[in-house]
Design a protein around this ligand. Structure first.
Ligand code: UN1
Length: 490
C-alpha cells in the first residue's frame, strides 16, 4: 500500500505525530493509500519554510515564476489520462468528468502562466505637474489554501497557480477524502522547477491542520472552498489577525424553466446540473422552478430521462453517475430525503441508498410539489436530489430563485429576451446562465457568489490575480519641490 507524506521545504516528510489516515475508493471501499496525518507542529514547520522562501520567490521576475507554472501545465497535459483515472478511483466522479477536472487544472495553469507577463496595474494623470501616478501588484506573503474534495485537482489549481505567479509562498491543506490528486499536483510543480519551501503541503484534519493555518500569525491570507459553516468560522477567526480571506461556499442553485422554453434542452440542463458529479458541486442545480403550464410535461419527460441514468463505478465508460464521496455524506442525503417527505413534498423518483453495491451509491432523486420554504428547497444537500417548484410567471420565479441564503449560480431556459434580461438583472447570484445549466464555469471568467456563498472575492479570470495580490499606489514626484495634493489646486 502506497504511503504519502507531507511536503515541507521541498522534502517528503513524515508527520510529527506519526499517525496515519486512510484514503478509500468510494465506489469499491478499497483502500487506495495511506496518508500521514499532519498536526499543528507540521503546519508551523511548513509556514516557516514558506516564510524563509518568500524573499527569493517574490523577487524572481513574474514571467520566470510563470514559466514554472507553464511547465507544470504541460506536464499535467501529458499525464491527463492517468490523473483522471486516479481521480475517479479516489473521488468517484465518472471518468469523463474527471478528465474535465484535470483539464480545468491545465487551463488554469496555462492561464495563470500568461498572467506572469501581465500582472497589470494602472497609470493615471496626477492633478499636479511633474508627478506620475500608478498602481502595482505585490504578493501578499505566506498564504494558506484549504481545498474541497469535489474538484480534487481543479480547485487546488484555481488557487495554487495564480497564487504562485503572483509571488506568494504557500501552505496547502487538501481535503482528507482526496489528498492523492493534490500530492500528484505538488510533485508535478516540484518537477517543473519550483524552489524548495515555495509550496508546502500538509495533509490532516481541519481541526488541527486547518485550524493552525487559520490561526498562524505568519499566514497573511487564507483561501478556502468548502461549507458555509466552516467558511463562517474561518472568517471570524482570521479577522482577529486581519488576514485577507477569500471564501467559496455553498449554493442552492435554481434553474428557471419558462413556458416558452425548449423543454428537451431544459431537461438536458436539469439532468446534467442536478445529477452530474452526483450532485456534489457547489454549482449543482438543486431547485428547478417551472412554469405551471409546462410542469406536467416536463416532469414526465424528466423522470423518463433520469430513469435511464446508470449509477455505478465511474471507471466504466457507460456509467453516468458515480458514488457519493463517503458515509457521512450519503447519510446526510438520505436524511434530507426523509426531511422532504416529512415536509410534504412528493417523492416521484429515487430516494434510496443503493444497497447491493459495495460503495456509497444513491439513486437520482426527484421531488415535486416542493414549496420554496421547505428545507429541501433552502439547504444545500450536495447529492443527487432535485426539487421542482411550480410558479405562475417570471416575477414569481425570480422571487423564489432569490429566496435562499446562497447566491452562487442560476439559470433560465427561455426564448424570450425580456425574461432572459430580467433574470440577468434580478437574480441574486454571482453567475447566471441563459439556456444552459448552472454548471460549466470557464476558468478565465470570475467565479464566485454573493450572499452566504462568499465574502465578495472571485476566483479565476482577472480576479484570480486580485485574490492573491495587494495593490500598491505609487506617487512619483519629479518636480523637485514640495507639492501638496488638493491644497495646491487653484
Ligand atoms: C464547484 O462546484 O465547487 O462550473 C466548482 C462548474 C465547475 C466548477 C465547480 N467548472 O461547475
Amino acid at each position: 500500500m502506497q504511503e504519502y507524506k507531507l511536503f515541507i521545504n521541498g522534502e517528503w516528510t513524515g508527520s510529527s505525530s506519526g499517525e496515519m489516515f486512510e484514503d478509500i475508493n468510494p465506489a469499491t471501499l478499497e483502500l487506495i493509500g495511506k496518508l500521514h496525518k499532519g498536526n499543528k507542529e507540521d503546519v508551523k514547520n511548513a509556514v516557516d519554510a514558506a516564510q524563509d522562501s518568500f524573499d527569493a520567490w517574490s523577487s524572481k521576475p513574474a514571467p520566470q515564476r510563470a514559466q514554472i507554472v507553464f511547465r507544470a501545465a504541460r506536464m499535467l497535459e501529458v499525464r491527463k489520462e492517468e490523473l483522471s483515472r486516479l481521480m475517479t478511483m479516489e473521488m468517484g466522479k465518472v471518468l469523463k468528468e474527471a478528465r474535465g477536472d484535470v483539464q480545468e487544472a491545465i487551463d488554469m495553469a496555462f492561464y495563470a502562466a500568461g498572467e506572469g507577463r501581465r500582472l497589470t496595474g494602472e497609470t493615471t494623470p496626477s492633478e499636479l505637474p511633474d508627478k506620475f501616478c500608478m498602481t502595482l501588484r505585490r504578493p501578499i506573503g505566506v498564504v494558506g489554501l484549504i481545498t474541497p474534495w469535489n474538484f480534487p485537482i481543479a480547485i487546488p489549481a484555481w488557487k495554487i497557480m495564480p497564487a504562485l505567479v503572483a509571488g506568494n509562498t504557500l501552505v496547502f491543506k487538501p481535503a482528507s477524502d482526496t489528498p492523492i490528486l493534490s500530492i500528484e499536483l505538488v510533485k508535478i510543480l516540484k518537477e517543473a522547477g519550483l524552489p524548495n519551501g515555495v509550496l508546502n503541503l500538509v495533509t490532516g484534519e481541519g481541526k488541527t491542520v486547518g485550524s493552525e493555518i487559520v490561526h498562524n500569525r505568519k499566514i497573511r491570507a487564507v483561501s478556502f472552498t468548502g461549507s458555509l459553516e466552516t467558511g463562517k468560522w474561518i472568517l471570524a477567526e482570521a479577522a482577529r489577525d486581519m488576514k485577507k480571506v477569500s471564501l467559496e461556499l455553498g449554493g442552492k442553485n435554481p434553474i428557471i424553466v419558462m413556458d416558452d422554453a425548449d423543454i428537451n434542452l431544459a431537461i438536458d440542463g436539469i439532468v446534467w446540473g442536478a445529477f452530474g458529479t452526483t450532485g456534489q458541486r457547489c454549482t449543482a442545480a438543486s431547485r428547478v422552478i417551472v412554469h405551471e403550464k409546462i410542469l406536467p410535461d416536463l416532469l414526465e419527460r424528466l423522470i423518463g430521462r433520469t430513469k435511464k441514468l446508470k449509477v455505478g463505478n465511474g471507471l466504466h465508460e457507460d456509467i453516468d453517475i458515480g458514488p457519493v464521496i463517503n458515509d457521512s455524506q450519503i447519510r446526510k442525503i438520505a436524511k434530507y430525503v426523509d426531511i422532504g417527505k416529512n415536509e410534504g413534498a412528493k417523492l416521484v423518483l429515487g430516494g434510496n441508498i443503493i444497497k447491493p453495491l459495495p460503495g456509497y451509491f444513491f439513486e437520482p432523486t426527484i421531488f415535486t410539489d416542493v414549496s420554496p420554504d421547505m428545507r429541501i428547497a433552502q439547504e444545500e444537500i450536495f447529492g443527487p436530489v432535485v426539487s421542482l417548484i411550480r410558479v405562475q410567471d417570471i416575477d414569481e420565479a425570480i422571487h423564489i430563485a432569490n429566496s435562499v441564503e446562497y447566491g452562487l449560480s442560476s439559470s433560465i431556459y427561455t426564448g424570450n429576451m425580456r425574461y432572459a434580461f430580467k433574470a440577468i438583472e434580478k437574480i441574486d447570484t454571482g453567475i447566471t446562465y441563459i439556456n444552459a445549466s448552472t454548471i460549466g464555469a470557464e476558468i478565465h471568467l470570475p467565479f464566485g457568489g454573493i450572499k452566504s456563498t462568499g465574502n465578495g472575492t472571485r476566483e479565476g479570470g482577472t480576479t484570480a490575480i486580485e485574490e492573491f495580490t495587494e495593490l500598491k499606489t505609487v506617487y512619483f514626484d519629479y518636480s523637485g519641490k514640495l507639492q501638496k495634493a488638493q491644497i495646491d489646486i487653484e
